[in-house]
Design a binder for this molecule. Structure first.
Ligand code: NDP
Length: 419
């Protein structure tokens, strides 16, 4: 029995909420609160017909700590699931601390306004010291560690697929397969086709910022940064086939490098088709990915926000996306003094997801781990106060929950390695 407040009602939240409401014995009361309350009402109305969970809705601007504190102290949840955008992470964490409630999210903090001089000063210092220039990093949220510990509360960061399940796979490999891990390659393949020449599978602004940024990987204790999309490999993915994939910076590399310092190299690859890359390069070249406001016909607009308004809503891709995703981690290392390789991954079918929860597999592969992360906190399986990423916890109950709620693992002890 628990009371959960979900903030956000977009593509990922829709899946997570549907999954929570399918497990009413744990998620007995749930409030959906977002900027656009009408979306929460439509979903609540539909779910009330089939779920025993008592569902309420509310309007909240999660950029306002005062609004959040008012809502949280009135509803008194056991957990706040932040499935809005990474821009809101810090305000929601602040509100949770003030109201003494556990917190979780699916992506680490980045600012909406990357031109903010205060933020930029800290960012530029970090770029120099750490050696990677992505807008997001864990430092902002790790800075809350002591506050959460002192309050006896948990903040679970990044409970999606990547980050999220990929870190559980790392903890699982370390627990069951290896004495020491030498290298980790995280491979994120989307073999789905939505029929559009260009669309993003989740929030376009967050997605395009991530993908157009320089790539980087961790090797021998430091970051190596490379121009965007400059390292390309081909890989033959189980149930998807041969795909081009590109090395990207990705947030879980940072936490895995910190929590498993033995690992010599950590890389992240994501597949992209040529059409996606051509469109993205062109949009970037003409300035459409910029987050800096410009004046247009007497009105201030942010180019990437304007682009978001033109692109298909990721939530609308569900019915038209066919094919599968395959996301997982390939490890090399040692067990009992012998060299060993291991691959653990999940394959997810876009159309099966749509039939189950009216969403494509990208929102599904993020929303299900969000629900499973909440389940770990609410059932006390993960209960260490502080600010944590998933590889810090026992992976077994989480991976069992993923198996049960729709993201079963596959394994290979003789995988093809990435060069
Ligand atoms: P969407 O854009 O579909 O949904 C975002 C939701 O947040 C919308 O309901 C939006 O409201 C709401 N929202 C935005 N700003 C505010 C605000 N200030 N106050 C209240 N509500 C707000 O995004 P997705 O569902 O695709 O993504 C959700 C999160 O999941 C993101 O943080 C994303 O980075 C993360 N993600 C993580 C992945 C992983 O594997 N770890 C993979 C994919 C996504 P409105 O309807 O008014 O716009």
């Amino acid at each position: 029995m628990s009371r959960v407040l979900v903030i956000g009602c977009g593509g990922v939240a829709n899946v997570a909420i549907r999954k929570c409401c399918s497990e009413s014995s744990v998620f007995s009361e749930l409030m959906i609160a977002s900027r656009t309350k009408e979306k929460c009402d439509v979903l609540a109305e539909e779910l009330r017909k089939t779920s025993k969970t008592k569902i309420e809705t509310a309007k909240v601007d999660a950029d306002s700590k005062d609004e959040l504190v008012k809502l949280i102290s009135a509803y008194k949840p056991d957990l706040v699931m932040n499935i809005a955008l990474p821009y809101q992470d810090l305000t929601i964490m602040d509100a949770c601390l003030e109201c003494k409630v556990n917190y979780m999210d699916t992506a680490n903090y980045e600012p909406e306004d990357t031109d903010d001089p205060e933020w930029r000063k800290i960012y530029e210092k970090r770029c120099k010291e750490e050696g990677f220039s992505a807008y997001f990093d864990y430092s902002w949220q790790w800075a809350y560690k002591k506050k959460f510990e002192d309050a006896g509360l948990i903040a679970l960061l990044g409970s999606g697929f990547d980050p999220g399940v990929t870190q559980a796979y790392v903890a699982y490999a370390k627990k069951h397969e290896f004495d020491t891990i030498d290298t980790i390659d995280i491979l994120d393949c989307n073999g789905g086709d939505h029929g559009y020449k260009f669309a993003t599978n989740f929030n376009p602004e967050v997605n395009l910022r991530e993908v157009s940024a320089p790539g980087s990987y961790w090797e021998d204790g430091h970051w190596i940064e490379i121009p965007a999309m400059s390292i390309k490999r081909e890989y033959d993915f189980d149930q998807v086939g041969m795909k081009d994939m590109y090395l990207l910076h990705h947030e879980e590399i940072e936490s895995i490098a910190k929590n498993l310092p033995e690992v010599k190299r950590i890389r992240f690859f994501m597949t992209f088709g040529q059409s996606y890359l051509d469109h993205m390069r062109c949009l970037e070249d003409v300035g459409m990915l910029s987050t800096t406001p410009i004046m247009f016909e007497g009105k201030e607009i942010v180019p990437i926000k304007f682009l978001k308004a033109l692109l298909p809503d990721p939530a609308s891709l569900g019915p038209r996306t066919h094919g599968k995703t395959n996301i997982g981690c390939i490890f090399t290392g040692k067990k009992d003094g012998k060299d060993k390789t291991y691959y653990i991954y999940n394959v997810c079918d876009h159309q099966e997801c749509y039939r189950e929860v009216k969403s494509q597999a990208i929102s599904y592969t993020t929303g299900v781990p969000a629900m499973c992360g909440a389940l770990m906190l609410l059932t006390g399986k993960w209960n260490t106060p502080g600010v944590h990423t998933i590889e810090e916890f026992d992976p077994d109950p989480f991976i069992e929950a993923l198996d049960k709620y729709g993201l079963p693992k596959s394994e290979s002890h003789d995988p093809v390695l990435v060069k």
